[in-house]
Design a protein around this ligand. Structure first.
Ligand code: CLR
Length: 381
């Protein structure tokens, strides 16, 4: 039944929200949605999903360079997908509409050292508001593994679903020398008609580096295995590399549960357990600034959590008006907003060089270079 999961009083506004999505393409984040579908979390917190299994991230450094390393990178990547794409359903009952970050919004967090895996640090900055672009760095200095990336989305509507093309990529660096380019899958958001949206992944994403090229194909119910959240990855040596190793390693399974080798190896490849470790936000001090995401959205989030939607919408308007005023003042004074932690560049040489091997499109992408200015709060962890 249409709107089955929508509170009766919000069915009308859900229907008009769906109509506005259908007749619109571009920046979904700016559309007003009914309260039941709002999440109290801003998109600036999402890069944390890359590391909610910190031991897999550390394991990349422990793996032997070559095929073992390439597979460790793949294992870490696959192990992040459950958190990235199904965790809102698990914690809030369905996919929700995240808070739309303001320019300069930041999030800092960490995962503690346990069993010698090292401290993992996370720094995120909203580097564009329109269109929304989020840049991040995640680093385990002890293991010398670092992930730097940015992401944006292009949305469209097709066959009753929202299609999200992810723009942006990440570069993983190990020991300051070995680099991998990572691209992102396409999303299909279904279940809209019933008011209980959920994500399925589609198309292909790539991990290129360390002498290997991996392509990961995503399929939903009724494809390779008939199951939801299925994937099939194929890892091959780059031309002239790979030595006596297998010419092709294939892994198949479901990314939210488990997978196994089906070629070039044997046994289990990955198995997701329930032990998700959320990033621990840095304790707020002046240094983190008023744009620290949880401080900025505090009252909006409170309103959403407690069902006080008047509070939520009043606070949201206040934040948006302040932002508009800031942009006006900058324009009047002939200034532009300066990013706090990243330098923007319009092309990325590593993406270009490695991307050529998998014929990535587009041939180049923007790049956000970290300035190196971690807040001092991390030092005391
Ligand atoms: C952001 C980057 C993360 C992975 C990720 C997961 C969920 C995605 C999110 C990204 C972007 C914004 C997103 C969200 C799911 C729903 C939301 C596409 C790609 C849209 C803007 C909201 C749609 C509204 C309906 C749920 C009603 O690494």
């Amino acid at each position: 039944e249409a709107g089955a999961a929508v509170p009766a009083a919000q069915r009308g506004s859900w229907t008009s929200f769906l109509k506005s999505i259908a007749s619109f393409s571009g920046d979904l984040s700016s559309l007003t949605a009914p309260p039941f579908i709002l999440s109290p979390t801003s998109l600036t917190e999402f890069p944390a999903y890359w590391c909610e299994r910190p031991e897999y991230f550390a394991a990349i450094a422990d793996a032997k360079p070559g095929q073992d390393r390439a597979l460790a990178v793949l294992r870490w990547f696959i192990s992040t997908l459950k958190d990235q794409y199904t965790s809102r359903n698990e914690t809030m009952g369905s996919e929700k509409k995240p808070l739309n970050p303001v320019l300069g919004e930041v999030f800092y967090g960490s995962w503690p050292d346990k069993n010698g895996r090292g401290l993992t640090e996370l720094l995120v900055e909203q580097v564009s508001h329109h269109p929304p672009i989020t840049a991040y760095i995640i680093e385990n200095k002890h293991k010398r593994v670092r992930l730097v990336g940015h992401n944006a989305q292009k949305t469209s509507f097709s066959g009753g679903a929202i299609i999200v093309k992810q723009i942006g990529h990440a570069v993983l660096t190990i020991n300051e020398t070995e680099q991998y380019v990572i691209t992102l899958p396409r999303l299909r958001i279904d279940g809209l008609w019933y008011g209980s949206p959920y994500i399925e992944l589609a198309d292909t994403s790539y991990i290129i580096g360390g002498g290997y090229i991996t392509s990961i194909e995503y399929k939903g119910k009724g494809y390779f295995s008939g199951k939801s959240h299925s994937f099939k990855s194929t890892t091959v040596p780059m031309p002239g590399q790979g030595g006596a190793g297998p010419k092709e390693i294939v892994v198949e399974g479901t990314w939210h549960e488990s997978s196994k080798f089906t070629k070039g190896g044997a046994g289990t490849f990955h198995q997701v357990n329930e032990q998700r470790e959320e990033a621990k936000p840095l304790t707020w001090t002046d240094e983190l600034g008023e744009s620290e995401t949880r401080r900025l959205w505090n009252l909006v989030a409170k309103g959403i959590r407690e069902g006080d939607f008047e509070l939520a919408s009043r606070e949201k308007s206040r934040i948006e008006n302040e932002q508009r005023q800031k942009r006006k003042d900058e324009a009047a004074e002939g200034r532009t907003w300066e990013l706090k932690h990243f330098d923007h560049q319009e092309s990325d040489p590593i993406y270009e060089q490695l991307g050529r091997l998998a014929k990535l499109t587009p041939p180049t992408e923007d790049m956000y270079i970290f300035k190196g200015n971690w807040p001092s709060g991390f030092a005391s962890l």
